[in-house]
Ligand binder design. Structure first.
Ligand code: AMP
Length: 172
């Protein structure tokens, strides 16, 4: 996977000063490279036999929905505030600077469904941790997390349940 790093662009101070943004778009643009990156996640998720894959808005939707479609598994969106219709469950969580909020539709999960959360990148872990809590609040059983990229120095993993599978494909 190291060979794919050269297709991930690094943009300084985006979207805010101090962030070195990893731009995965050149990989999504190339079907061969994208499938090389997705294949390990695809295999792992397939072996865990989840009922649903939950994707986190918005960059997480790209890989989560593609994996769900490929594996013939349902897709559940976890979205930014005020985007989902009907009754929602929400969770506020801390970012490096400030706060954010994620929401899920209240009746989107049948009780005890097995769910994997997929996002493009694991940084400090706040977003994935909040998404996992939402899955549980909505009645699902969280069985793991999948990420295309992990920024290991930020130790996001430590915010995620160590009893669950936490898989990332490219590590920095
Ligand atoms: P965190 O909650 O800190 O783990 O941040 C993860 C979320 O923020 C993911 O949904 C990423 O899309 C985004 N993100 C955070 N840091 C970066 C980065 N350096 N490059 C690209 N995306 C990032």
């Amino acid at each position: 996977m190291e060979n794919l790093k050269k297709y991930i662009n690094e943009i300084k101070d985006f979207p805010r000063e101090g962030i070195l943004f990893k731009d995965i778009n050149p990989i999504y643009k190339d079907p061969k490279k994208w499938s090389e990156l997705m294949l390990p996640l695809q295999k792992l998720i397939s072996s865990l036999k989840p009922d649903y894959i939950a994707g986190i808005e918005s960059r997480g939707f790209i890989s989560a929905s593609a994996l769900a479609f490929k594996l013939g598994v349902g897709f559940i969106p976890i979205r930014k505030p005020n985007k989902l219709p009907g009754k929602v469950l929400g969770i506020n969580y801390k970012l490096e600077y400030g706060q954010d909020r994620l929401e899920i539709q209240q009746n989107s999960i049948e009780k005890d469904s097995k769910i994997i959360v997929v996002d493009d990148l694991l940084a400090t872990g706040g977003t994935a941790n909040a998404a996992g809590k939402l899955i549980k609040a909505a009645g699902g059983i969280l069985i793991g997390y999948g990420f295309l990229v992990e920024l290991t120095k930020l130790k996001g993993r430590l915010k995620l349940d160590s009893n669950l599978l936490v898989k990332s494909i490219i590590k920095y």
